[in-house]
Design a protein around this ligand. Structure first.
Ligand SMILES: NC(=O)c1ccc[n+]([C@@H]2O[C@H](COP(=O)([O-])OP(=O)(O)OC[C@H]3O[C@@H](n4cnc5c(N)ncnc54)[C@H](OP(=O)(O)O)[C@@H]3O)[C@@H](O)[C@H]2O)c1
Length: 312
């Protein structure tokens, strides 16, 4: 039985996944959030394929452990950049450090993300889920685009989530003063915001040789949600974790999206692992919501709306 388009994501979770024989050997791959879950699995998988990894992580100790593991897998020393994405200033600094050490960038995977049942505001008073899941990846992408354009063909992959279906982007109440907060709504709002900017990035990157796609990495075992408190942890352990898969499937999907020659010019799409899928907000394609989200995101990260001519 064929499901309606908006429920197709249920069937896609069980679809046969695509793989590529193409290699990322020697490609410079910037991956955020490499210390755990999806990002850790991807960094290891890409290292086995002898890609050069630039890890962006917030915890030095964990980062050093992963760095030496990646080194032993590939024989290539990864670079490690430290930044806590709660702070946009740290994202900006991290981007500057990446540009200083990377004369070229072939692949950018914005993976770092959080889920929390509790509302936490960062120093700028922004919901940290919006800051980490959307604004950090938005700012990082914008700051690395000029170098990626020089390195084209290049690919940007935003690790999004089927959780974008939980909520529209709540752009008029970033501190949840007038909307009832829930972790799922905030997570959904942040992922929807990220998706809406992917459509705009795709328009603006046309002709640059850079592609941008968003993907759901599967429902996999990771540390996400760990900061949500005891009740959520117990619930998650009992009712969610037993159904989760190994994050190797996320790593293999990211490898396909990053390396497959048939995707070299494919941009502006949402994938459930490796299956192209209609996201929840596809109806807003071309609508003013995309423009509004772009405008708000640019203003929150302190960049002009135009992609051209800004300093890192
Ligand atoms: N797991 C799933 O089933 C699933 C499903 C859909 C989408 N996703 C998405 O997949 C991505 C990765 O999540 P995951 O499941 O692999 O979770 P995870 O195991 O918690 O890994 C998240 C990574 O992001 C890093 N990170 C978190 N907050 C950060 C911050 N403030 N600054 C810098 N780095 C930070 C973490 O660093 P630490 O190790 O220091 O905490 C870790 O390396 C997220 O974007 C998530 O929304 C996951």
């Amino acid at each position: 039985m064929k499901l309606p388009d908006r429920l197709q994501f249920i069937a896609n979770a069980h679809a046969k996944q695509k793989r590529t024989g193409a290699s990322l050997a020697g490609k410079v791959c910037v991956i955020t959030g490499t210390t755990s879950g999806v990002g850790y699995a991807a960094a290891k998988y890409f290292s086995k394929d002898t890609a050069k990894i630039v890890m962006v992580c917030r915890n030095r100790e964990k980062g050093e452990r992963v760095k030496s593991e990646l080194h032993s897998l590939s024989g290539i020393e990864p670079d490690m950049i430290l930044a806590d994405f709660h702070s946009l200033e740290e994202v900006r600094r991290a981007a500057g450090e990446i540009l200083a050490i990377c004369p070229r960038i072939d692949i950018l995977i914005n993976n770092a993300g959080v889920f929390s049942t509790r509302l936490l505001l960062n120093e700028e008073g922004i919901d940290t889920m919006l800051a980490v899941n959307h604004l950090a990846s938005f700012l990082m992408t914008r700051l690395l685009i000029p170098r990626m354009a020089e390195s084209a063909p290049a690919r940007i992959i935003q690790v999004n989530s089927e959780g974008h279906r939980f909520s529209k982007f709540i752009y008029d109440d970033l501190q949840w003063k007038h909307h009832r907060y829930s972790g799922y709504r905030s997570y959904g709002s942040s992922k929807t915001a990220q998706l809406l900017t992917v459509w705009k990035f795709d328009q603006l990157l046309s002709g640059t040789g850079i592609t941008i796609t968003a993907m759901h990495p599967g429902a996999v075992k990771s540390n996400i949600g760990r900061s949500s408190g005891l009740l959520y942890s117990l619930f998650s352990k009992a009712f969610i974790t037993p159904f989760l898969k190994d994050p190797i499937i996320s790593a293999q999907a990211l490898h396909y999206l990053a390396a497959a020659p048939e995707l070299e010019t494919v941009s502006g799409y949402y994938f459930n692992l490796t299956t192209e899928e209609l996201p929840a907000n596809h109806a807003s394609l071309g609508s003013s919501l995309i423009e509004e989200t772009w405008k708000i995101s640019s203003s929150l990260v302190g960049l002009p709306e135009d992609l051209a001519d800004y300093d890192v």
